[in-house]
Write a protein that binds this ligand. Sequence first.
Ligand code: TYD
Ligand code: MG
Length: 453
Amino acid sequence: MARPKVLYVCQSCGYQASAWLGRCPECGEWNTLVEELDKKTGGATRQVGLSSGVAPRTMAAIDVQKSPRMATGIGELDRVLGGGLVPGSLVLVGGDPGVGKSTLVLDAAMRISNSGRTVLYVSGEESAEQTKLRALRIGEAGDKLYVLTETNLEVIVRAVEKLNPAIVIIDSIQTMHNPELPTAAGSVGQVRECTARLLRMAKESGPSVIIIGHVTKEGAIAGPRLLEHMVDVVLHFEGDRSYSFRVLRAVKNRFGSTSESGIFSMEENGLTQVANPAGLFLEEHKAAVPGAVVTACLEGTRPILVEIQALVAATPFGMPRRTAVGFDYNRVTMLLAILEKRLGFALGNQDAYVNVVGGMKVTEPAADLAVVTAIVSSFRDQAVPPKTLVLGEVGLTGEVRRVGSLARRIKEARTLGFTRFIVPHSREAELAGQAGIVAVYSVSEALAAIWQS
Ligand code: TYD
Ligand code: MG
């Protein structure tokens, strides 16, 4: 068989060259040429489409048998997937190195195999012994879990055809290669070609494929954006390695919503699910301390209570320092400016540090009012009364704006013993007449209510 020819195609203008060039001679862009197999010379086709001979059908004539989903046995993972794995689907799991992707997916593989289904775990990064050692930490593996250490995708596809597993796991896509392409594993062309091959395999012979992908420094899954277009589900596994807390989020899901998230804790023997995360980050203080404020953030659809801490101290020389950990730095400087300009706090000669306790990252503006309160509390050296929850987005004029799912957040805080709620005005009917709710329109109103001055 003649070796299929490789073409280099410009991703920007489509220009084709027979050798790699740093700069496209057609459009002048740099580093846009990516290798592809030339279909005319018999290389694998990248397209997976309907076979010819299929006529268009009316929507009404299409018969759907509701495909049964395969539960993975990990409730938090099933929740993010929208109820389990859909047969024949491609799921991409991305995340920083060491966050626990292999651990999560191997755990799922072991549970699925224990339920009587055949699972093939392909590792391109670790030896079979290493995978076994990891499995021993996590739990019991049944005799339906197969491990293959291989990086050549054609060999893997043949193994799948022979074994006919329900689930195939690829750890990771960046280590896989098609030997017909001249570039090394992990290059854009290789990643794309290998994913396309796996997609074809999944649609033809029906196993669900879980692909693990590394994430670049910028936070995107390495390889072209196209990878995310090709798969059915994209999950991101996030967490700070110095803490045990991990969140699994759906970024794209063709079979479910992307508003759910799964919460885990990395322990000695694998990942533990945190089914009721609301109070995960709360710690009992012996006495109320200045600079600490509790707010309720939404993680997916579930509220989590987090403590925001601030420290304000006189600047020893010149420029005041501002830092934020777990919260957006620019938002902290904006909130400081609002306090200075709208409420008359003299913070221009004060250092300010803001920290979210427990390694949690708060991206919701709903935590603004809590940050503001923490800063004021530290500045005045006056603690917020205990069992007080502070919630609300702060606008540039110093107004407190509405936040979503207010009733749900308050309900969760109430079960954790909170009795006073400083919240924005809201039209949520459920809240009418509830005890302990103080609805405010502005930051100054909120601060007055907290300290009842
Ligand atoms: P791993 O799944 O290898 O991460 P990834 O595949 O995303 O690179 O997990 C790596 C980290 O998890 C490692 O630093 C050790 C830790 N870990 C535990 O704390 N407990 C465990 O039971 C296992 C298997 C790993
Ligand atoms: Mg790994």
